[in-house]
Design a protein around this ligand. Structure first.
Ligand SMILES: Nc1ncnc2c1ncn2[C@@H]1O[C@H](COP(=O)(O)OP(=O)(O)OP(=O)(O)O)[C@@H](O)[C@H]1O
Ligand SMILES: [Mg+2]
Length: 539
């Protein structure tokens, strides 16, 4: 979409009305630029507001090629939107940043940024200098962080598996696959716990968790695989091998190509025979050497220069009963090596027994007609897991994959920062009430900023209620009252459609998601406020 790119002619801040009280007199152009930036960013934030929360709507996105995506994930929606305005692009980057930092909360961060921008606009109209607003908001953001960390977050014992699963389940609540959250949440938790040492690790490398998708079946059939799963099928040799010795090669078993373009002119049959014999010997030599090392399972990295295997080598491998899998993706090589505890073999000279990995069983299996290979019981298995996601159609399948990614990220957040807070708008309302109280103790511009920031935070419960068809103003004011009376965990239970003690209802989320969202949204608004010109360079 193309948000209003033309600067709206807005009266410069400080003009009109009781100008005599105004402290800050803005020049016309910076005010216009700022206003245009804000309008563009707010337009984008409004566009995805409706997808927040369990009753939020999903978006159907069609790209230039006619490919359709259905998603509820804020980062995915924004990534696919074709925004033109530079400020709107910043918002896309903002949700990407949240995706990298926390993985979840990518819609919340944008909605929050939109609300804080609106608050900033009101303050600008009062004649407060943009830098002062930015500073005030930063300070309010820091105060929020501190309150969440020190007072709202309940410390989490990482071995409290049900709690970790509840957090993963909350993040799945709002997705298309929410019905399957009871299956996907434990899978996400288990997957992360298998690749880390829960007691000591403070981060999770999600590259150690390989999520593969297979069309067919339903999301219910999604499973956490034992051992290593390969997307490829067996192209030569037996389909099943016990006590496997596995070699992963990065060279090809096909006739070499010359570096230069050249022609060989053959003018009689004997010469032709010699060429064929040479080729046969060359390939036979490679295959024999592979067999001699004791290898009975061969994985071949995908080659872009020539065929990794040709008919002849396939035939020989078949004869020698070497289970062969070709076209292992280049980016998967690291994962495969880590899983099997081996190193890739780059040349035939290094193809020796000690460079092979061992496994109890390698076999091909079929999932809804798609052939895959699994390798079990590797003696040197590294800490990796494979998840096989299933879905009846492409749209659901990919959304299930994205949702699972969110759930994995939520578990990662808990490993990074071990604290949980209530969901359902409870932390935002609590922070808002606290900031209002703090604002009363402050004087000067900061007091205004705190108040405006506090009001902006209410956008999350307000939007959750709106999207669920609850009376938004009534609900938010009621929540505000409950929190002022000391009910820290009062929030919206969207499934019940009522206000409840949200901790008791098991709607919990990692504190890091909320902290990161507030932090990034504040930074974004501060950055927008400081821009007073857009310069286009002409190429
Ligand atoms: N059962 C529930 N009742 C009330 N609120 C809920 C419930 N489940 C989730 N929420 C709230 O919904 C919000 C999250 O919504 P959603 O997952 O759509 O957006 P997001 O996490 O910000 O972005 P995304 O998941 O797209 O990255 C959180 O504020 C969470 O507390
Ligand atoms: Mg979410």
């Amino acid at each position: 979409m193309a948000p209003a790119a033309t600067p709206i002619a807005r009266a410069p801040a400080g003009s009109g009305g009781d100008a005599s009280n105004k402290v800050f007199q803005d020049r016309r152009k910076p005010a216009e630029i700022r206003s245009s930036n804000m309008i563009a960013a707010k337009a984008v934030a409004d566009a995805i507001r409706t997808s927040l929360g369990p009753r939020g709507m999903d978006k159907m996105i069609q790209d230039g090629k006619g490919e359709v995506t259905i998603t509820n994930d804020g980062a995915t929606i924004l990534k696919q939107m074709n925004v033109l305005h530079p400020a709107a692009k910043m918002l896309v980057e903002l949700s990407k940043a949240q995706d990298t930092e926390a993985g979840d909360g990518t819609t919340s961060v944008v909605v929050l940024a939109g609300a804080i921008l609106e608050a900033a606009e009101k303050l600008l109209q009062k004649g407060i200098h943009p830098t002062q607003i930015a500073e005030g908001f930063r300070s309010a953001g820091l105060a929020c962080q501190e309150i969440v960390r020190k007072e709202l977050a309940t410390p989490l014992d990482i071995n409290d598996i049900p709690m970790v699963q509840k957090c993963a389940s909350t993040s799945l609540n709002s997705k298309v696959v929410s019905q399957q959250s009871s299956l996907l949440a434990p899978i996400a938790q288990e997957a992360v716990f298998r690749v880390i040492d829960p007691e000591n690790d403070t981060n999770v490398d999600l590259k150690d968790i390989k999520v593969s998708t297979v069309l067919g079946g339903t999301v219910e059939d999604t499973e956490l695989m034992e051992g290593l799963l390969l997307r490829q099928r067996v192209c030569a040799g037996p389909k099943k091998i016990e006590k496997a010795k596995i070699g992963l090669i990065q060279f090809c078993i096909s006739p070499p190509k010359t570096d230069m373009d050249m022609n060989i002119i053959i003018n009689d049959y004997t010469q032709m025979d010699r060429v064929l014999k040479e080729e046969r010997n060359y390939i036979l030599n490679i295959v024999k050497k592979i067999k001699a090392s004791g290898c009975n399972v061969l994985l071949i990295q995908k080659s872009i220069l020539r065929d990794a295997l040709n008919d002849l080598s396939q035939h020989f491998l078949d004869k020698l009963k070497i289970l062969t899998i070709r076209d292992v993706e280049r980016e998967d090589v690291e994962f495969v090596c880590k899983s099997l505890g081996c190193r890739p073999i780059a040349s035939l000279d290094h193809f020796t027994a000690e460079n092979l990995a061992t496994a109890e069983l390698v076999e091909e299996f079929s999932a809804s007609g798609t052939k895959l290979v699994k390798i079990n019981g590797s003696s040197n298995q590294g800490r990796t897991v494979s998840i096989l996601v299933r879905g009846s159609n492409k749209l659901v399948l990919h959304e299930a994959e994205r949702s699972l990614h969110d759930a994995l990220c939520v578990v990662r957040c808990l490993v990074k920062e071990r604290g949980v807070i209530a969901g359902g708008g409870a932390p935002e309302i609590e922070l808002s009430v606290r900031l209002f109280q703090k604002a009363l103790e402050l004087t000067g511009v900061d007091a205004y900023c705190y108040k405006a920031f506090a009001e902006a935070l209410e956008v999350i419960p307000m939007t959750l209620a709106e999207n669920a068809g609850m009376p938004a103003i009534n609900t938010v004011t009621q929540l505000r009252k409950l929190h002022a009376d000391g009910n820290k965990s009062a929030g919206l239970n969207i499934k019940k459609g009522a206000i409840a003690n949200i901790m008791d209802d098991n709607v919990v989320q990692p504190s890091l998601v909320t902290i990161s969202a507030i932090n990034l949204a504040t930074e974004f608004v501060a950055a927008i406020l400081k821009i007073d010109d857009i310069v286009n360079t002409v190429r």
